[in-house]
Design a binder for this molecule. Structure first.
Ligand code: LLP
Length: 405
């Protein structure tokens, strides 16, 4: 693969330097529309709130917002990012956890807040007039690895379903009048029926919670989690089957409880940006040690997913396709977990070759951090063959500035 979004990878690497995150604008738009179309076909009363944490680059946020999505924010800075992207208040939502008073002061600028616990109610600023919702822990979860399962007994998120009636009762007693209900049970899930199961749990729980209180929720929010294939042999999430199953589940549940199905909210992050991003790195050194090590100018500080979750990212070399034995790809960080891939078939490479990590649009640039004196990389957006730098590489002067008293 030598071109992305109509941009030549060698030109991009020469012009903007490496390591570098590169995004394909058309792909982001296509992903937004694919998700929107699937729900329009089966459950048009669906609102999409992009999970800013997946990639909060302000330029990407503006692009994503231009497809009509709102934003789901997890911290005050993410609320500011969403506001600056021009997203109107009613399309900005806050889903935090263990929220502080400052967090909730920012959350109150949003049209809706999904609270992580009953104790958060007392910390919401007086006068919040948006939609109040609690995140419930559905008692089970499902993600592609244990580190990203966010529901079930080991998850730190949300309240048990049994505690929800008391939480909403308290909210009613405190004078709140607009309600939603939320869950988010796992990330990178490619099983269409998982989402329907979550919708069922949410809908049946809602009936038990809200009927005694005589109130109706304005939305059911089943969170994000829509997975993408990272490995060659993984199949994509069947969006049509997923949306169809969710719609059928909600229709059945609503009819069983004699209510009209409410609006649905979803909070996709990875699905929108994941496969639209790439990390470009250059080979700095090849070592014939006990294995063949290929050292890169990117490290675990640039792309931490392999080190943190054992995640797999497809890797290719620009202009070199044929494998010539096995190699272990690593960065220059002084940690032995600074390994991107161990013993994979890999072409014969030399210093300066450009290595491309695929599916690096979500939770990659946003999780980059400076370590070992290696700073965060630049980011470039390719829009129909035109590259735009959308983030400078961090530089030494900026880094040093923080320490000036
Ligand atoms: N909504 C909430 C409340 C979330 O916590 C998350 C992700 C999302 C939506 C978006 O989930 P998505 O659609 O992207 O699966 N760093 C990990 C993923 C952590 C997910 C955290 N929460 C990774 O690199 O795989």
């Amino acid at each position: 693969m030598n071109m992305i979004g109509g941009c030549d990878l060698r030109d991009i690497a020469n012009r903007f330097g490496t390591p570098l995150y590169l995004y394909d604008a058309a792909r982001i738009e296509r992903n937004c529309h694919a998700l929107r179309d699937a729900f329009n076909a089966h459950y048009p009363a669906t609102d999409i709130f992009y999970a800013v944490k997946a990639n909060g680059n302000p330029h990407l946020l503006r692009l994503i917002a231009s497809c009509g999505t709102g934003a789901d924010c997890a911290a005050p800075l993410e609320v500011t990012l969403a506001e600056r992207a021009g997203i109107p208040r009613e399309k900005i939502m806050y889903t935090g956890n263990y929220e502080s008073r400052d967090d909730l002061a920012a959350a109150a600028r949003c049209g809706a807040v999904n609270l992580d616990d009953i104790t958060a109610i007392g910390k919401l600023p007086a006068g919040f007039d948006g939609i109040l919702s609690f995140r419930i822990n559905p008692g089970e979860g499902g993600g592609s690895h244990p580190g990203i399962v966010t529901g079930g007994p080991d998850a730190k998120f949300g309240i048990p379903i049994e505690s929800a009636p008391a939480a909403y009762r308290l909210a009613v007693d405190r004078g709140f009048t607009r309600f939603g209900i939320h869950l988010m049970a796992g990330s990178n899930n490619r099983d269409p029926l998982f989402f329907a199961r979550m919708a069922a749990i949410l809908c049946h729980s809602a009936a038990d919670i809200f009927r005694p209180l005589g109130i109706l929720p304005e939305y059911f929010d089943i969170g994000g989690g829509f997975g993408i294939p990272y490995a060659e042999d993984e199949t994509p999430l069947d969006l049509d089957a997923m949306a169809r199953a969710v719609a059928a589940t909600l229709a059945l549940c609503a009819s069983q409880h004699g209510v009209t199905p409410p609006r649905l909210r979803i909070e996709p992050g990875r699905f929108i940006v994941g496969d639209a991003g790439y990390l470009l790195a250059r080979v700095t050194a090849v070592k014939k040690g006990l294995r063949r090590f290929v050292g890169l100018d990117a490290g675990m500080n640039t792309l931490i997913r392999p080190a943190l979750y054992g995640s797999h990212h497809r890797v290719t070399v620009v202009g070199k396709e044929t494998p010539a034995g096995m190699a272990t790809l690593c960065g220059r960080i002084c940690e032995n977990t600074d390994i991107f891939a161990a013993d994979i078939p890999f072409p014969a490479v030399t210093e300066g070759d450009i290595v491309l990590f695929h599916d690096a649009g979500a939770y990659c640039a946003s999780m980059a951090f400076p370590y070992n004196g290696r700073l965060r990389p630049a980011e470039v957006l390719c829009d129909n063959g035109k590259p735009f730098r959308i983030a400078r590489a961090e530089n030494e002067a900026e880094f040093m500035e923080r320490y000036e008293a």
